[in-house]
Design a protein. Structure first.
Length: 544
């Protein structure tokens, strides 16, 4: 006697029947029978079934007059011999381990009558359009089999594996064509009324096909069938329905209470999020304003101090590599980032890091002096350079993946002429100030120091190793361990983590009297007053 019986009702299913039968015969659990019930098909379905009957003794075929899917399932169940039964429509597919996995649960748990699993949704061509068709949360609670399915949200018939004794005790599938779309629902509710217990295996073990012509796609017919099924259930089992309805009402009340509690938690969070967004918007606008002022200052230095034109640079791309190129090139006082080039037409006309984004064809205008491209992107950009007639001499390849090498390459290609001028101007008269940090707060400190005649920012420090060796606003970024050996008269903490950095600096041997824990959160005018007073006091102590 076979251990498993798979029952396949089929009406004009020749397109997918072969695949359905093959998925049955490919089961890792080999002790099975496949019962194909041909429901009066007019296509080649019967021939497909007959071919399998001739080649594999495990396949049985039944010819029936067309009476509907319920009658076909009943006919298959009537001759089934297996201990466990799996219904499978002719257009669906079983995973090879389905029977073995679910059957093992039934073998080990005699008190369980039905084992459910998860499945995928596939279209007519077998493409997956839904990774899961069963919500495991439905099976997580203490509800009975009947309560679980009385509340709706049913499942395709290929999902469960059922003991045959329970399947026959539940009676036949309804053969009324008017309820064909929900005949499974009626049947499984009757199975539940037998007192059967269930188990859920959280694995995808089958594929359920949805096409334009199958029964489940006719939503109006499915809804009418559901109404008829529940009306009959209320007549046949009113007490069970009443108990389940009350439990459903209690769950809905619990859900309302939980929803109200969730809203009370979320509302303050939304307000905090809006405040954070407003704060970021102000910070972003401040940084943008600072960037514009820096650009103006660089232009002024180029025209008035250096007395020679800036090199107009175009950067290829708008990704991470391009951003690193910009960070390395922007501090050079004789370089002007004129534009970014991007082949994506959706970006054309937009701005990136305060420069316009242009298409590759814009390179033909000649309104630039050199093109900067990451070394890793050269091969990708070579055809576009050739189309635009870009001379190889005007192409600058930079190693954007290695920050230290990139900084060295930029310094070698574009030496800082302003640094040379300042070096020849004699020693600085102001207090030498190191800035701990490289973020927005640190840049805010740098901006304030630039306005003070009594102080000069001379380096940045940062705990992030990826920042070490870079250059920001013409100043080196050093590691904290290098601070005791670096020149400074004072160190300003340009970070919101003031307490932690203060302890770190003291542990490095920096005198507390040389550390200024600035308030970088407040208005810039308040920061200007605070730093001016602190530096004046330090200057007085140094002079004394």
């Amino acid at each position: 006697m076979p251990r498993f019986s798979i029952i396949i009702p089929c009406y004009n299913g020749e397109r997918w029947l072969d695949q359905a039968i093959r998925s049955c015969l490919a089961q890792t659990a080999r002790d099975l029978e496949v019962i194909v019930v041909d429901d009066g098909s007019t296509d080649g379905s019967a021939d497909i079934a007959a071919a399998y009957v001739a080649s594999d003794a495990r396949v049985v075929a039944i010819q029936e007059a067309n009476r509907g899917v319920g009658a076909a399932r009943n006919a298959g169940l009537a001759i089934a011999k297996g201990d466990y039964v799996n219904f499978l429509d002719a257009d669906d597919v079983l995973a090879s381990e389905k029977l073995a996995v679910q059957g093992a649960v039934l073998d080990e748990n005699p008190d369980i009558a039905c084992v459910f699993c998860d499945g995928r949704g596939i279209d007519a061509d077998g493409r997956v359009f839904m990774d899961h068709i069963v919500d495991p949360r439905r099976f997580a609670g203490p509800e009975s089999f009947f309560d679980l399915f009385f509340s709706g949200g049913q499942f395709p018939p290929l999902i469960p594996l059922l003991r045959r004794t329970v399947a026959t005790a539940a009676g036949d599938f309804d053969t009324d064509r008017a309820v064909a779309g929900c005949a499974d629902t009626a049947y499984w509710l009757r199975v539940a009324l037998t007192g059967a217990r269930f188990h859920y295996v959280d694995r995808v073990l089958c594929s359920y096909r949805t096409t334009a012509g199958n029964m489940s796609s006719d939503h109006e017919a499915m809804e009418r069938a559901a109404e008829l099924v529940y009306a009959k259930l209320l007549r046949d089992a009113p007490d069970a329905c009443a108990r389940s309805l009350r439990k459903l009402q209690a769950r809905l009340n619990d859900n309302d209470v939980a929803l109200a509690a969730l809203r009370s938690i979320v509302s303050p969070s939304r307000a905090e999020l809006r405040a954070a967004q407003d704060g970021w918007r102000v910070t972003r606008e401040s940084l943008h304003d600072a960037q514009q002022r820096l650009d103006s200052l660089r232009s002024l230095i180029s025209r008035k101090v250096l007395s020679h034109p800036m090199t107009r640079i175009v950067i290829c791309g708008t990704g991470n590599s391009s951003r690193r190129l910009w960070e390395a090139l922007a501090p050079r006082h004789d370089v002007d980032i004129t534009a970014f080039i991007d082949a994506d037409t959706r970006r054309e006309g937009r701005h990136f890091l305060a420069a316009a984004i242009q298409p590759p064809a814009w390179l033909r205008t000649g309104e630039w002096d050199a093109v900067a491209v990451a070394s890793s992107d050269v091969d990708e950009w070579a055809p576009r350079f050739q189309d635009a007639g870009v001379d190889a001499v005007r192409i600058i390849e930079l190693p954007a993946d290695d920050i230290a090498a990139l900084s060295a390459a930029v310094v070698a290609r574009f030496p800082d002429p302003l640094a040379g001028r300042l070096a020849g101007a004699g020693p600085r008269a102001g207090i030498r100030v190191g800035i701990f940090g490289t973020g927005a707060a640190a840049l805010k400190v740098w901006e304030v120091l630039a306005e003070l005649d009594t102080a000069d920012a001379i380096w940045f420090a940062d705990n992030n190793p990826q920042q070490h060796g870079r250059s920001i606003l013409g100043l080196d970024v050093i590691a904290p361990a290098a601070i005791p050996h670096a020149p400074f008269d004072a160190i300003v903490i340009g970070s919101m983590a003031r307490d932690a950095i203060l302890e770190q600096l003291v542990s490095l041997g920096v005198p507390a009297s040389r550390i200024i824990a600035a308030d970088v959160v407040g208005p810039i005018q308040a920061l200007q007053r605070q730093l001016a007073l602190a530096l004046d006091a330090l200057n007085a102590r140094v002079a004394a």
